[in-house]
Design a protein around this ligand. Structure first.
Ligand code: ISL
Ligand code: CA
Length: 544
């Protein structure tokens, strides 16, 4: 694979509302991020992905944009944004922005003009005289009647997020202008929100009935999307030293390669969701018990399928997913299980993504009732579940406590003070009460913390190219307790062994440790010890 900074680096995702409040209004902001640049630097990360900071009515916390060329006053000003870009660059950290162009806000001027059929905005969105039986990702219908225009419009997300009509060349020109605007101001790339949904089947046919997301056969990876992305690549991205990562829902490795294959490169990498189904059925509200084998099966399939032809993005958390230690590890053995998960993931081939708070193994929010949640998806799903699916409120709340996106959006836990050092006033979303013992300050003081462990992994990735580029091979593939694999290049072989579960197990005899040196472990052990404690992880290395 061609070497590139986007492959060799590590991305840290910032959810600006919850990272650091600098002006004491309870909302995180750009100056807050600027204050924390030394912290980002000390982690060793090389890229920041910023969730949306554009002008927005905040129906979906910034994923509903009303002006792509303005910064939301909650976050600061355009000067603050340019200052952030410059100050990150000064310490060699690149920055990618969130590009949300499947839809805009209904308060965007394009939509308001489209409603009134003002040229040339008449066909900027999808309008229809009839309903189409498509379902929204947030529950409920995706086609809503607009009184003023007298037609239905499409919104795959909330009613306040109308989908843009990408068949219209004027829409594509506007998107290119947005990208150019930010790239020419120093931004180093984009995370492209739900990018595999932008193209809809010609004629917008009625949806087939399915239990969830009726109509998805008409917009997932629709063939015309490739032309649109090639146009963006050729007219904009190829002119800059930037990179793109597409958020692609319900995608298989082969479909992913249709975007990211090294000979295609419409996008540089994608976020896939298959491994997120290790504790659910592909949709976060249909929960099943976590099985490590499902996680392994999925991740290892992506490792094998993309090797030499594509590039993986390695993530377990983001602002849409509950905390990984709650889902795939154990909150009782929090630190060791979080380190085990990081070892399992960040020694694979691909670019690592760390979501804010994951580096100290933050846990799900300690919410007690629906009113404490702020997230639109959470609120809509409660309504949808209780009203349309006739599930009991108790059952819905159980799902929400487990899977709500707000679990990952609670304020960053910097220290033990009342609002966790995030703010001096009451934050927009409840601070987890465990911040008195679980916070950055303590993690920095404790040499055995998850924070120091992940810093160490980042250092190792910089030192050993085999971790970035080496071939991947499964070991003990069908074993339900161990997730183990080899990474190998011409000079070095790594053996990664991660043991999952709450009971100790012996390493099967087929795995030989002879000649290996221990490179990393989350537990002090005797050399050649074959018994693995709960969530023990080790990385061995050998020169060839
Ligand atoms: O979590 C999901 C799949 O497991 C889905 O929720 C999916 O990832 C998500 O709905 C798409 O997310 C993106 O677009 C949304 C926005 O609300 C999310 O925050 C964003 O990441 C609409 O813009
Ligand atoms: Ca603020």
């Amino acid at each position: 694979m061609n070497p590139h900074w986007s492959k060799e680096g590590v991305v840290y995702q910032i959810y600006p509302r919850s990272f650091q409040d600098s002006n004491q209004d309870g909302i995180g902001d750009l100056q807050g991020i600027i204050q924390r640049i030394p912290y980002l630097q000390s982690l060793g990360i090389t890229m920041v992905w910023l969730s949306p900071v554009y002008q927005s009515p905040n129906d979906d916390n910034g994923y509903d944009i009303s002006d792509y060329y303005a910064i939301h006053p909650d976050f600061g000003s355009m000067e603050d944004m340019l200052e952030l870009i410059q100050k990150l660059h000064e310490v060699n950290i690149r920055i990618i922005m969130d590009l949300v162009v499947n839809h805009t806000s209904d308060e965007h001027v394009w939509f308001q003009k489209s409603v009134q059929k003002i040229s040339p905005y008449d066909q900027f969105y999808h309008w229809s005289p009839v309903k189409k039986n498509w379902g929204s990702f947030f529950g409920g219908e995706a086609w809503t009647f607009h009184k003023e225009r007298g037609e239905y419009y499409l919104h795959l997300f909330s009613k306040k997020q109308p989908d843009l009509n990408w068949t219209n060349p004027l829409v594509r020109e506007e998107v290119k202008r947005i990208c150019d605007f930010w790239l020419s101001r120093g931004v180093d790339g984009f995370r492209c929100d739900v990018i595999n949904l932008i193209s809809k089947r010609e004629g917008l046919p009625k949806g087939r009935w399915t239990p969830i997301l009726c109509g998805k056969e008409h917009y997932l990876n629709e063939p015309k999307i490739h032309g649109y992305l090639q146009e963006l690549r050729d007219d904009v991205f190829s002119k800059y030293d930037c990179f793109t990562v597409g958020e692609t829902v319900f995608i298989t490795p082969d479909q992913a390669l249709s975007y990211i294959h090294k000979d295609i490169r419409e996008l540089d990498m994608v976020f896939q969701f298959e491994h997120m189904a290790s504790d659910q059925w592909g949709v976060k509200w249909f929960i099943r018990p976590f099985r490590m084998k499902r996680l392994k099966k999925s991740l290892s399939k992506w490792q094998r399928r993309l090797d030499q032809v594509g590039w993986n993005s390695l993530y377990l958390e983001n602002h849409d997913q509950a905390r990984s230690v709650n889902r795939f590890g154990s909150v009782d053995i929090r630190e060791r299980s979080a380190k085990c998960l990081m070892t399992m993931l960040y020694f694979q081939q691909g670019t690592p993504y760390i979501y804010q708070g994951q580096e100290i193994a933050m846990t799900n929010g300690d919410f007690t009732k629906l009113e404490e949640f702020q997230d639109i998806e959470t609120k809509n799903i409660f309504q949808f579940g209780t009203k349309s699916l006739h599930l009991s409120p108790k059952r819905m709340m159980k799902k929400i406590f487990y899977a709500s996106r707000d679990n990952a959006r609670t304020p960053m836990q910097w220290d033990e003070t009342e609002y966790a050092g995030f703010s001096r006033v009451k934050p927009w979303l409840k601070v987890n009460s465990n911040h008195s013992t679980l916070n950055v300050k303590q993690s920095l003081e404790d040499p055995d913390s998850v924070l120091h462990y992940v810093k160490n992994i980042i250092e190792l990735r910089k030192k050993h190219p085999v971790i970035v580029y080496g071939r991947y091979e499964d070991v003990l593939y069908s074993n339900p307790h161990f997730y183990s694999y080899l990474r190998e290049d011409d000079t070095t072989r790594l053996l990664v062994i991660c043991h999952f579960g709450k009971k100790p197990h012996r390493l099967p005899k087929t795995v030989l440790l002879d000649g290996y040196q221990l490179l990393l472990t989350n537990h002090d052990l005797q050399p050649n010890e074959r018994l693995f404690l709960p969530y023990e992880a080790r990385v061995y290395s050998k020169k060839k």
